[in-house]
Design a protein around this ligand. Structure first.
Ligand SMILES: *Cc1c(COP(=O)(O)O)cnc(C)c1O
Length: 402
């Protein structure tokens, strides 16, 4: 019997049934590679949903983390610590934002943004109490808390979890006219992903973000981007919004790769006027901004910059997309992406993306379907062209044989 089967049995016996993982049990990772409990090697094309942009177990992050673990790990925010300022300064400078608030998971950082936006609406814009509206995009993914699922358009995310939180209005993703119509005197923000990740690697019409931002400014509405998946070099720029000239959001939400895959850390970044609505006691987190997380975030950010991972993502991403587009197959409807955030949408006749992911896994490539018909390719950003060539041979084989 496979060693992994024992692990699956224990998981099934004790664990909640809230995931449907592929039939592979990982026990080791290095760079773009992972190994299963049987010792088989795979190329990781998911990167934990873009949380390991720097590659698995990057030695520089491991070293920084190990050193900090022996020194000081948690102080709570009741006291200052000497690592948090290093993280604040580094991320604010890299993102050209004035202020930061650290949390742990992505969803918590989104919740933080929502609280800041609403309070700004009441205290600064002067919206009547409990009337604030936040405009969001159809097909969004911002996390799984009760408030966040309240504005999801996926019925499964909401089913059985009511009563839901009010105060959100949905527009089709990338629809400028709909945004214009949706704005009223109670609108406090437009919150969107610059490219929808979980939604299926959906890219808005060219120029949408800049136009949306200008419209928001004209109406005293905050323009806030969730860059949790698209940010930190994933799309070939530090932030995905930088693909459009002149975009400068009022708030940015980051998470995932801020951790280098080591330890959850997320943040809400904003202009001063927005962040200044928070007073002591308004918001917080026991673990948010602890010295261990801070040092890991600093190391993770240094790697993105020093190893030029935005440039590599852009270069290798373009190469990979050109290869995928040249694939000889009748199953593919569209290949789309920016940098190394790539979606391959299959035709209905392909019989679903899951069976392709399962076949790719047998060939040593780990991918996960998003929705029923889209395969996402999002390897760690340290991947090289020759490694894409190796993967393309496997991809060709799977598409030819299925
Ligand atoms: C993953 C993700 C989140 C949620 O992050 P968690 O760490 O899973 O809570 C939020 N927004 C976007 C765009 C994401 O991709």
């Amino acid at each position: 019997m496979k060693k992994s089967n024992k692990f699956y049995a224990i998981e099934e016996k004790y664990g909640a049934n809230n995931y449907h993982p592929l039939d592979v049990c990982l026990s080791k990772g290095k760079g773009i590679w992972v190994w299963d409990a049987e010792g088989k090697k795979y190329l990781d094309f998911l990167s934990s949903y873009s949380a390991v942009n720097q590659g698995h177990c990057h030695p520089k992050i491991a070293m920084a983390a190990a050193k900090q673990m022996k020194n000081l790990t948690l102080t709570s925010r009741a006291f200052h610590n000497d690592k948090l300022p290093l993280f604040y300064e580094k991320l604010c400078k890299l993102s050209k934002m004035e202020k930061i608030l650290p949390m742990n998971s992505g969803a918590e950082a989104v919740e933080t943004a929502i609280k800041a936006i609403r309070k700004w609406g009441y205290k600064v814009k002067g919206v009547e109490e409990n009337k604030a509206e936040i405009i969001v995009s159809h097909n969004n993914f911002h996390g799984r808390t009760t408030t966040i699922i309240s504005f999801s358009s996926d019925e499964q995310y909401k089913d059985g979890f009511g009563p839901l939180t009010l105060g959100f209005k949905e527009i089709p993703f990338g629809d400028f006219d709909a945004l214009k119509k949706a704005i009223n005197k109670n609108t406090v923000a437009f919150l969107t992903e610059p490219i929808q990740g979980e939604g299926g690697i959906i890219i808005p019409p060219a120029g949408f973000l800049k136009k949306a931002q200008d419209l928001c400014r004209q109406n005293n509405v905050l323009f806030v981007l969730d860059e949790i998946q698209t940010g930190l070099c994933r799309t070939g720029k530090f932030f995905a919004y930088q693909w459009e000239a002149g975009v400068k959001p009022d708030g940015i939400i980051v998470g995932k790769a801020l951790s280098g895959g080591f330890y959850p850390i997320s943040a809400f970044l904003a202009k001063k006027e927005v962040m200044d609505v928070f007073n002591p006691g308004d918001h917080g987190s026991t673990f948010g901004g602890n010295p261990l997380a801070s040092i890991i975030a600093v190391a993770s950010l240094d790697i993105l910059v020093n190893e030029k991972l935005a440039e590599n993502s852009d270069k290798v991403g373009k190469y990979f997309v050109s290869k995928l587009k040249a694939l000889k197959t009748d199953y593919i409807k569209e290949v789309r992406g920016k940098g190394l955030l790539i979606g391959v949408e299959l035709k209905n006749s392909a019989g679903g993306a899951r069976r392709f992911c399962e076949a790719l896994m047998k060939e040593g490539l780990l991918c996960k379907e998003t929705h029923d018909n889209i395969i996402r390719f999002a390897p760690p950003l340290v991947i090289k062209k020759n490694e894409i060539d190796w993967a393309m041979k496997k991809i060709e084989k799977v598409f030819a044989s299925i």
